[in-house]
Design a protein around this ligand. Structure first.
Ligand code: NAD
Length: 500
């Protein structure tokens, strides 16, 4: 992996970056038809990074037309699976060779600490493309048990043109999580990255072309949700949309599909994940490290953030003290410094929203134990000290809404049933973590928690081999990661053949 490990190296490499700023359609960069452009800004200091083509409906139409041609003439779907695999592996190699560059594009655009993008986002992005590439020529179709004069087959086929719409919190990684299986199955793609973070997706498209993926197979249209995003959702010739983002916008995609062509949808949405700590826990240090990571990773701008610490009353004080001490180890600062683990919020408006929740929590009677103030104001960036609230009731807004920032709510319970009830009392169901030393409680509670991923004695989403997606209002229609992601991007066809 091409990864610089020291902060000085990152700063120089970031200063030397060049940017791809036009839309990538049918194998070449070009401006938006309207000529419109928008600025992308660095959340760590508020400065303008680049001016990017503002793709809108007509640019999406061009990209979909290119993707349709590329799908219909079989230049990608018609390749033998082993050939598609080889090109996808070459794509993964290109990403790996440019890992530091891609990581730093996300650092500048999203304010993510370079220590995280280089050690997590990029290895995961490369791994996602590689894992799905490897599966391309290893999946077999089926023969159902028919009568002797019938040959039945169930086969998986690509859907056609896939729209991918992504958020700003893990830009390159989320794009790769979806590009991997969508392309492996044989689809062509129109990707719209979040308007806050368009740069890495544009570079990815170029790397895909360099890897030999044919023109028109990977198209990237930067632009805003209400225009470019909505057009992808409403386009009659887009066969599927794989969306990651807020529940509110996910709901719009259901409307778009209903109003247009009933396109397939896979929605990966928001969360308010519980971290449930039973009274028998003993390994407090490990617990505290995981709880802190759960809420502080990516400065809390993480869909599966463990934002509700639901802890048995008997161990609450000890757990809270350990978690507090662990918070001290999370250094907030310039994302390009090697020691930084916490960067800024993505933009001023989001910072204000998170600060608003800190006020709400106090107004509703929760006790602010630490943090919650804006800091590093002189930097021009949108930094907030991580906050912990104790004495939270599960009906308070800070316990119900996805804050999407470093704000941990501590809720106390008295017995297992009550703990489970509080954990499940949420409209979301993306992830949950559970802490216990009792194997009986572990099995019982892991089944009882209503979430797409339950991690036991750790905070984790698992690796590429396990599916990722949400129960309830955290998801709809499919899963990212694992073989389940291939299902999201393919149709199941039955073939029934009468023999003479
Ligand atoms: P968002 O929903 O505001 O935006 C996501 C994408 O949708 C962006 O590309 C945006 O331009 C587009 N969009 C916005 N409005 C649109 C519209 N009217 N029509 C069509 N497209 C539109 O989300 P965000 O603020 O970028 O990201 C934060 C959210 O993403 C959080 O809720 C978080 O939980 C969620 N998320 C979920 C997962 C997951 O895997 N479940 C992962 C990461 C983030």
């Amino acid at each position: 992996m091409d990864t610089l490990t020291d902060g000085a190296g990152w700063r120089d490499a970031a200063a030397a970056l060049s940017f791809r700023t036009d839309a990538f359609i049918d194998g070449r960069f070009r401006p938006a038809r309207s000529g419109g452009r928008f600025d992308t800004r660095n959340p760590a200091n508020g400065s303008r990074i680049a001016s990017v083509a503002e793709g809108a409906a007509e640019d999406v139409d061009d990209a979909v037309a290119a993707a349709r041609r590329a799908f219909d003439d079989g230049r990608w779907s018609g390749l033998a699976p082993a050939e598609r695999k080889a090109k996808l592996l070459a794509f993964a190699d290109r990403i790996e060779a440019h890992a530091t560059e891609l990581a730093l594009l996300d650092v500048l655009d999203a304010g993510k600490p370079a220590s995280v993008t280089t050690s997590m986002d990029l290895p995961d992005a490369v791994g996602a493309i590689r894992w799905h590439a490897e599966l391309t020529d290893k999946l077999y179709d089926r023969l159902p048990p028919t009568a002797a004069d019938i040959v039945g087959m169930t086969v998986r086929e690509p859907l056609g043109v896939v729209g991918i719409v992504t958020p700003w919190n893990f830009p390159v990684m989320t794009a790769c999580l979806k590009l991997g299986p969508a392309l492996a199955v044989g689809n062509t793609v129109v990707l719209k990255p979040a308007e806050q973070t368009p740069l890495s997706a544009l570079r990815l498209a170029e790397l895909a072309a360099e890897a030999g993926i044919p023109d028109g197979v990977v198209n990237v249209v930067p632009g805003f949700g209400e225009t470019a995003g909505a057009r992808i959702g409403l386009h009659p010739d887009v066969d599927c949309v794989s969306f990651t983002g807020s529940t509110e916008v996910g709901r719009l995609f259901l409307h778009y599909a209903a109003e247009s062509n009933l396109k397939r949808l896979a929605l990966e949405l928001g969360g308010k994940s519980p971290c449930l700590v039973m009274k028998d826990v003993t390994r407090l240090q490990a617990l505290a490290e995981h709880v802190a990571t759960g809420i502080l990773l990516n400065q809390g701008e993480n869909c599966s953030a463990g934002s509700r610490l639901i802890v048995h009353r008997d161990v609450k004080d000890a757990v809270l003290a350990a978690v507090q001490a662990e918070f001290d180890a999370w250094t907030l600062g310039d994302p390009l410094d090697a020691g930084t683990r916490l960067g800024p919020m993505i933009e001023q408006q989001h910072l204000d929203r998170v600060l608003g929740y800190v006020e709400d929590g106090q107004a509703e009677g929760a006790r602010l134990v630490r943090g919650g103030k804006r800091v590093r104001i002189d930097s021009g960036g949108y930094f907030i000290e991580p906050a912990i609230f104790d004495g939270v009731r599960n009906d308070m807004r800070i316990a119900r809404d996805e804050i999407f920032g470093p704000v941990l709510s501590v809720i106390t319970f008295d017995d297992e049933a009550e703990g489970l009830r509080i954990a499940n009392d949420t409209p979301y169901g993306l992830a949950a973590s559970l802490w216990t030393d009792d194997v009986n409680v572990a099995h019982r509670a892991a089944r009882a928690l209503r979430a797409g991923t339950v991690s036991v004695n750790c905070f984790s989403e698992g690796d590429m081999s396990v599916p990722f997606g949400g129960f309830k209002q955290s998801g709809f229609g499919g899963r990212d990661k694992s073989q389940a992601a291939h299902d999201q991007f393919s149709e199941l066809k039955a073939i029934w053949m009468q023999l003479r």
